[in-house]
Design a protein around this ligand. Structure first.
Ligand code: MOS
Length: 729
């Protein structure tokens, strides 16, 4: 099914099941520990051996020699895999560097060996006996020091590296009010709950991987390419995932090493990355340096806007696209955005929740706060004055599909009680605490991607949906079930949802906040096909049949789904594909964050006292799971503002803090009241679901609202994240 004209009225609009705040249908299994993760699939391979990954002890150089004899002779050891005995491996398209290193070493903790043993403890013990002799080389580890060597990165990451409109230099020079500031954000780690883990089993030349992965179809392709085997010989199974945040968009060393280990020892092998291996072995969100320039008139109306971003990655890697939102968020005739990429020999950088905007808004939205103050205008009003209903780089011929930023700003400010804010910093006290309020706009691109599903009904009238879509804790099971129930006119408990298996039709996967809208649209397409089959079988006209209460109806006639399905059941499969609506219309999601902080002026301690936000993201498929996504993302925004940072050891080239004791993320006690309001919106140009993504929107701008609240509380303007005590005192 192709979506290339705006969606008219359709069965989803009935809203009997879609749009209802249903509990997650797999929720009880997840919170009671009965939803098995990849590493726990004892049922699937009871005789699995255990693999432990040996990581490189240098950041760059070569392996001069590797001696595995002592490890091989250790108790319980079944085999050791290294580059010397793994055979020739290909390289997937999505990882920048090989997942098994050697003889070249690309980064610290890159896998250089896998020790397989009968027990986990034996594998881990024997790993210490693998003797690797390195010839280290010097590397580049310091973004700030390398900044002047930035190159224009390759295009293809959701737009060109640079954009220009008008004449920025002239426009900025002539502006009555100017802001020109530089902001920095650190490397960050996804810190998802479930570490990367895979269990691999070969059956002849066919490989099954029970793994924790956001993108099943991508993963199949990557594994096939790496191992040099046909795609049809690879099966990925990933029905339950303990969080991803982008860390599991691509297969990692656990998957490839488990497959190699299982082949080597001739029995299933499971491999998990220990928590301390994750920051250096896998990917992270790259650090950025961002210069933002805003030129406005005395009323705060922006005429010139520029955002330049520097980040680093391994050779062949990509930039952190932190200027993306600046292309679309505010008006201004003179515009410039640019990304520059330096080569670093740190672990590979890659996507983390809202890659680009999550850190881009940490800079832009503080710059906007600085502009509001310079103009003497309320920060909410400043953003309203700079709203634009079309792509400001392309002009009015490219309107937004829907854009309710102003509605979010007004409704959010109202609910939060923004009018009570004292605009003068450092004025409000509560005992030892200085109290302040800050706000920021939220913006995240809306992407749609092809997604397939199959759907069937059986002789009991029960509906089953199968798609390789994943649920990384987001609620995919539930919204997919709701979509199927709505389309076929049955209650949600009459629907079985099966996800995360490459034997099912290929879905859009969980990434870039496109998963909910795209995957449910794929279910919509399959359900339309099944409705046509059911109507045909009933002898009704496909366009006139009504599906409700387990019946297919036409006029005063009706037949049950169960009777039409018959003993064999009836199935249909289809995909939703997209034309060029996203080129004709700019598509994005919007919101407004508000935050109140207290800052202890003796200790510099910052406490978030409350947060609130209003968000417009098309149809909200399930207000309960959508709210969960937004408050989780707001929490991650607080982490980015106040505590999260991978600390780079610029001498030896690794992240020095690599566990949850030293990579700090917010805990419950750090997060008080969070209020989420969704603005009514249907986006008929996004998909037949009229929904948009919401899983990443909540982090976008949240941290800037915290930073701006600290300024309002104290008069101290911080531009280098995280905003830790040492920077406040
Ligand atoms: Mo997201 S960073 O595309 O999982």
């Amino acid at each position: 099914m192709k979506f290339d004209t705006p969606a008219g009225p359709n069965p989803i609009d009935r809203g009997r099941v879609v749009g209802i705040p249903h509990d997650r249908i797999e929720g009880a299994a997840k919170v009671t520990g009965t939803a098995p993760y990849a590493y726990e699939r004892h049922d699937a391979a009871p005789n699995a051996a255990y693999g432990w990954i040996v990581g490189a002890a240098i950041a760059k150089g070569r392996i001069a020699s590797i001696d595995t004899r002592a490890a091989e002779g250790a108790p319980g050891v079944l085999g050791v895999v290294t580059h010397a005995n793994a055979g020739k491996l290909g390289k997937g398209d999505m990882n920048t560097v090989p997942l098994l290193g050697g003889p070249q070493v690309d980064h610290y903790d890159q896998a250089v060996a896998l020790v397989v043993a009968d027990t986990f403890e034996n594998a881990r013990d024997a790993a210490k006996l693998v003797l690797v002799d390195y010839s280290p080389e010097s590397g580049r580890f310091d973004l700030a020091a390398e900044r002047m060597n930035g190159a224009i990165p390759p295009t293809g990451f959701n737009g060109p590296a640079d954009t220009r409109a008008g004449d920025f230099d002239a426009g900025f020079a002539g502006a009555a009010v100017k802001v020109d500031q530089t902001y920095t954000t650190p490397d960050q780690s996804h810190a998802m709950m479930e570490p990367h883990a895979t269990m691999a089993a070969w059956n002849g030349d066919k490989l099954t991987l029970w793994t924790s992965n956001q993108m099943i179809a991508w993963g199949v392709g990557e594994v096939a390419k790496t191992l040099g085997i046909p795609k049809q010989n690879v099966r990925l199974v990933s029905p339950y995932i303990g969080g991803g945040f982008g860390s599991k968009l691509f297969v990692r060393a656990d998957a490839v090493m488990a497959a190699l280990g299982a082949r080597k020892v001739g029995r299933p092998v499971k491999v998990a990355l220990a928590r301390h291996q994750i920051p250096n072995n896998t990917t992270h969100r790259p650090a950025t340096i961002q210069r933002v320039r805003l030129g406005a008139d005395r009323n705060g109306v922006i005429d010139a806007i520029a955002h330049e971003v520097w980040s680093g990655d391994q050779p062949g890697g990509g930039p952190e696209v932190a200027a993306m939102q600046t292309r679309l968020l505010y008006r201004g005739s003179h515009r410039l955005t640019a990304h520059r990429l330096v080569t670093l020999d740190l672990p590979e950088g890659n996507a983390m929740r809202a890659p680009g905007e999550a850190v881009g808004l940490l800079a832009l939205e503080v710059a906007m706060d600085e502009l509001a103050e310079a103009c003497g205008i309320d920060p909410v009003e400043l953003r309203i004055r700079n709203d634009v209903q079309y792509d400001p780089e392309a002009g009015p011929q490219r309107p937004f599909s829907s854009r309710k930023l102003v509605e979010c700003l007004r409704a959010g400010a109202d609910r939060f009680g923004w009018a009570k804010r004292n605009p003068k910093p450092g004025q409000v006290r509560d005992g030892r605490w200085r109290v302040g309020m800050g706000m920021a706009a939220a913006f995240r691109n809306n992407i749609v991607a092809k997604s397939a599903a199959r759907i069937g009904v059986d002789a009991q009238g029960r509906v089953t949906v199968e798609t390789d879509m994943t649920d990384i804790g987001t609620g995919s099971y539930t919204i997919i079930g709701q979509t199927a129930a709505e389309m076929l006119g049955v209650p949600l408990d009459q629907v079985t949802v099966r996800l995360g298996d490459s034997r099912f039709p290929a879905a859009a996967g969980s990434g870039g906040q496109w998963g909910a809208n795209s995957a449910t649209a794929g279910v919509y397409a399959a359900a339309m096909a099944l409705r046509a089959r059911l109507a045909e079988k009933a002898g009704y006209a496909a366009g006139q049949a009504i599906f409700e209460d387990g019946l297919v109806k036409q006029g005063n006639q009706s037949q049950t789904l169960a009777s039409l399905a018959g003993r064999e059941g009836l199935w249909a499969e289809d995909a939703m594909e997209y034309g060029d609506l996203d080129k004709r219309y700019a598509q994005a999601t919007f919101g407004a964050h508000f935050c109140e902080v207290g800052v202890d002026m003796d200790t510099g301690e910052v406490r978030v006292r409350r947060m609130g936000g209003a968000f417009a993201a098309g149809r909200i498929l399930n207000p309960k799971s959508a709210r969960s996504q937004v408050i989780g993302a707001m929490t991650m925004g607080v982490g980015a503002a106040l505590m999260e940072a991978l600390d780079v050891d610029t001498r030896f080239g690794f992240f020095a803090n690599h566990d949850m004791a030293e990579y700090l993320v917010p805990v419950h006690a750090d997060i008080p009241e969070q209020d989420v309001l969704f603005i009514d919106e249907l986006d008929d140009k996004s998909s037949p679901m009229k929904a948009k993504g919401v899983g990443e929107l909540g982090i976008c701008g949240a941290g800037a609202a915290v930073a701006n609240a600290i300024y309002n509380a104290t008069g101290i303007r911080l531009r280098d994240y995280p905003l830790t005590i040492d920077k406040i005192l």
